[in-house]
Write a protein that binds this ligand. Structure first.
Ligand SMILES: [Zn+2]
Length: 466
């Protein structure tokens, strides 16, 4: 017969989820189980040799307390399930865990029961970047039993200013590998489930369903809408956080009684209007501040304690150190969480957010190698730099500086008859500038692919990269 081991107890059974034994009674079967895995014994049995009160044992689908208890006869092909109570009782903690979590255990709001809840809870972190770093570290330290992480990125030197999961030696490694290593080192009592993939409409529901709640640490609109819709469809709370420069936002979405991200923002901004952190920058501490607040909300939800940030949007201004709270209402006409939803399955989020802009692929481009050849050949080119002045100070190609936001009112500074090459840091903002200029009648303007970063990597290696 087969004995199923519940997730919290698998660590005491060689991580196995089921054990096969041959026995005549339930008592004999459990005896064989603990003989094979002695560490399990103290979690299943009290000092007096009786099954612990919070451990229920089911033969097939019947509770053995309503059969003949230990003496219940079993047959070949029967299954025995061990079901530790989670809501009312406690999940057994080892002596090492009791010591580790002692500052929690003495708090009336947590205690053994709350720590057991944390241990049995499963939290998914989408993204292991600025927000995901503090979040995963604190959730792991606090004893959240199962932590999932979705990420496919590689650690870059520019990450280290804020992504505290990684060290200098990790540059070039997969974030997921470094993160798993660090979190396991921090707390070996956890199950870390890494998902090395980009969250997509194809995989999101399968991944989200494996967890009790989701913490959104993404940095783009397409993934934010995807996480929101997946959470609403799977009925999982979504702890939302976002950051830009000195400002952050925080809320808890997708609970049945509260609004979702779409109730707040039914549609994404047009692509390019809101700069990314790579373009606009972010104070390194800010994702720490917001990520730790997200972790706080996630822990509260897992514990079932306190008042979650549902129906409230917290606005954080770190420069003034002011926190404001806005009331958020559930939109009855919300396309995903309203009373007559039109979105019943995941859609194409790249298309929805316009991030797969066709116009961007049709604009004329020039590579850094081609530009170098043209400049060396003495071709008459006009270089337009659409970055910000502080970026120009880090490095420049001697181009004329007009930040992309000022382009509409400073267009007259440019001569439409000249051959113009526009560039920014990595090519995104300048692509929008080229699109705008061409629509405004500039016929001979091209975009420098990869921006000044590609120039520093491939043409002038002495130039600082950022
Ligand atoms: Zn909604």
């Amino acid at each position: 017969m087969k004995i199923f081991i519940p997730a919290p107890l698998r660590q005491f059974a060689g991580t196995r989820s089921a054990v096969e034994v041959s026995a005549k009674t339930v008592g004999e079967a459990l005896g064989m189980l603990v003989a094979e895995h002695p560490d399990l014994k103290r979690h299943l049995y009290a000092e007096d040799g009786k099954l612990r009160a919070f451990i229920n044992v089911y033969l097939n689908d019947e509770d053995i307390r309503y059969l003949d208890k230990d003496a219940t006869l079993v047959e070949e092909g029967d299954t025995l399930s061990i079901v530790p109570s989670i809501a009312g009782g406690t999940i057994a903690l080892s002596q090492d865990e009791i010591l580790r979590y002692s500052r929690h255990l003495v708090m009336p709001e947590v205690g053994l029961e709350g720590q057991g809840r944390l241990k049995s809870s499963r939290i998914l972190c989408v993204g292991a970047g600025g927000l995901g770093s503090p979040l995963a570290l604190y959730l792991a330290a606090a004893g959240v039993g199962t932590i999932g992480i979705v990420d496919f990125d590689v650690v870059d030197a520019t990450n280290l200013q804020r992504q505290v999961l990684y060290s200098t030696a990790d540059v070039g490694r997969k974030k997921l590998d470094s993160a798993v290593e660090r979190l396991r080192g921090l707390n070996p009592f956890l199950e870390i489930r890494p998902f090395e993939t980009r969250l997509s409409s194809e995989n999101a529901l399968d991944i989200v369903r494996q967890f009790d709640l989701v913490v959104d640490g993404t940095d783009n609109f397409a993934t934010r809408y995807l996480v929101n819709d997946a959470c609403v469809l799977c009925e999982k709370p979504n702890v939302y956080g976002s950051i830009f420069r000195f400002e952050g936002q925080l809320s808890v979405f997708a609970l049945r009684e509260g609004p979702c991200y779409r109730c707040l923002h039914p549609e994404p901004p047009p692509p390019g209007l809101v700069p990314s952190c790579a373009e606009g920058g972010v104070l390194g501490i800010l994702p720490g501040l917001v990520g730790v607040m997200q972790a706080t909300e996630a822990l509260k939800l897992a514990l079932g304690r306190g008042e979650p940030l549902v129906g409230r949007l917290l606005l954080i201004d770190a420069l003034q150190m002011r926190f404001r709270e806005l009331r958020l209402r559930k939109d009855p006409n919300c396309p995903v969480c309203g009373s007559h939803p039109t979105i019943r399955r995941l859609i194409d989020y790249e298309q929805f957010c316009g991030s797969r802009s066709e116009a961007a692929t049709r604009i004329p481009e020039v590579s850094v190698e081609e530009l170098k050849l043209e400049l060396d050949a003495g071709r008459d080119l006009y270089l337009l730099d659409v970055r910000e002045p502080q970026e120009y100070q880090i490095c420049n190609l001697g181009g004329h500086l007009i930040p992309v936001g000022e382009l509409p009112r400073r267009m007259h500074e440019l001569d439409p008859s000249r051959d113009i090459v526009a560039h920014c840091r990595s090519g995104g903002r300048s692509a929008r500038a080229v699109e705008f200029l061409r629509r405004s009648g500039f016929g001979k303007v091209r975009n420098l692919v990869g921006g000044i970063r590609a120039w520093a990597e491939r043409i002038d290696r002495g130039m600082p990269r950022y």
